[in-house]
Unconditional design. Structure first.
Length: 126
């Protein structure tokens, strides 16, 4: 039973890790949505009158806006890569769970066979 208990404890730990990873993905998804919203807002800004508003020429304002958009795209890309890495980690963890569950089945089958052999030995002695 102890080997089965060990496997079940490992499965519970892995499931908790998966839950935590999914929570992190939810946070990352929120960041991605925020970046997209902010980028859309930035894209919608008309800089033709930037000189009047803040005293810079339109070309410099457009360059600055483009740098911001570029950095937002970079941040979104990093978030997406991180989310993908977490997806792979979850898949690996789920594969570990499947292996542990298969191990439990093997152990239970071994124990069942051992009980049958013991029963047969007892019957043959009687």
């Amino acid at each position: 039973m102890s080997r089965i208990g060990d496997c079940r404890r490992k499965i519970a730990e892995i499931r908790e890790d998966i839950r935590a990873m999914r929570e992190k993905q939810t946070v990352i998804d929120g960041y991605i949505r925020q970046i997209e919203t902010q980028k859309d807002t930035l894209d919608g800004i008309d800089l033709s009158r930037a000189g009047e508003w803040i005293g810079v020429n339109e070309q410099n304002a457009v360059k600055t806006k483009n740098v911001c958009v570029f950095r937002m795209d970079g941040a979104k890309g990093e978030c997406t890569r991180l989310r993908s890495a977490i997806d792979r980690m979850i898949s690996e963890a789920e594969a570990q769970i499947a292996e542990l569950e298969a191990e439990i089945e093997r152990i239970e089958e071994e124990e069942r066979r051992e009980r049958e052999r013991e029963r047969e030995r007892e019957q043959s002695q009687n």
